[in-house]
Write a protein that binds this ligand. Structure first.
Ligand code: NI
Length: 282
């Protein structure tokens, strides 16, 4: 009888000895994930963890990305490129970050070329991790309004809010202070320019409109660039379109073959002035 109790006690002791490290590990993991959630960029009382709704693709776990430590966001620094001597092209992507953006980033990384992304505030809120990645991988980030509203139709107060809030979220996600703005639809006027000036943003339009939002065909997107590209061109595209992303590898290869240097908008123009419109065709 006593022997049986002893065996039972020994068995219990063994179970505790084996089980403890496992329990401890699980405990540690739980604490870690809780800490991560607490550090998610929801400092302003917003729920930044809205899940992906379209496409059914895997989310990039944006809710768990940490804002950078940087206290005062600074403008991004890019290696200077002399576009008066080189044949430069700046590819720009509007309306993201979105589900196709990480694939585009993989392609750009693979081809070792930078681009400029004009980000929609709401999308930055849903994809802070992708936003951080864009900047981390050497691309330029600019403001494209909060919800893609026509900025000309807004009261100055609302206009300021759109630019400020978007800028603020980009800064939180990247630690970088944006210096560029592309108003949605390229729709601008004196009021919009004044608001951009107040927000410390230069306005950047484009030379080539690929119309990729309308004609969703990779070959069309590629040809609209390759058939019209000239020295020091800014190309308008949208990284919310998978067909646009499909067009990039061959487009970039061909641009390089023709001797073009791919640059960010700031590399193309040098230092820009807030409230000044670049490439305004009107
Ligand atoms: Ni847009």
């Amino acid at each position: 009888m006593q022997a049986r109790v002893l065996v039972l006690l020994l068995a219990c002791a063994l179970m505790v000895a084996i089980g403890q490290p496992i329990l401890r590990e699980e405990g540690a993991a739980t604490t870690a994930s809780r800490t991560q959630v607490e550090q998610a960029p929801s400092a302003e009382g917003d729920t930044d963890s809205q899940p992906e709704v379209d496409g059914g693709l895997a989310t990039d776990d944006d809710a768990h990305s940490k804002p950078p430590v940087s206290k005062k966001p600074q403008p991004a620094e890019f290696e200077p490129v002399d576009c008066t001597k080189k044949r430069c092209v700046a590819l720009s992507f509007d309306d993201g970050p979105s589900l196709p953006t990480p694939r585009l980033l993989d392609i750009l990384k693979n081809q070792k070329v930078p681009a400029t992304f004009f980000l929609v505030g709401q999308m930055v809120k849903w994809h802070p991790k992708t936003t951080a990645r864009i900047s981390r991988e050497g691309h330029e980030v600019g403001v494209h309004g909060w919800n893609h509203a026509d900025l000309r139709r807004l009261k100055p107060k609302d206009l300021d809010w759109q630019l400020h809030r978007t800028k603020q979220l980009i800064q939180q996600a990247t630690g970088i202070r944006p210096t560029l703005c592309r108003p949605p639809y390229g729709a601008s006027n004196k009021q919009v320019l004044k608001a951009e000036k107040r927000a410390g943003l230069a306005e950047v339009l484009w030379n080539i409109d690929t119309q990729d939002w309308k004609i969703r065909n990779a070959k069309h997107v590629r040809n609209s660039v390759l058939n019209h590209v000239k020295r020091n061109t800014v190309v308008l595209m949208h990284d919310i379109r998978p067909t646009t992303v499909d067009a990039i590898p061959q487009m970039v290869r061909e641009l390089k073959r023709r001797g073009f240097t791919l640059v960010t908008v700031t590399q193309l123009f040098g230092t820009t002035k807030p409230g000044v419109s670049y490439l305004d065709w009107r």
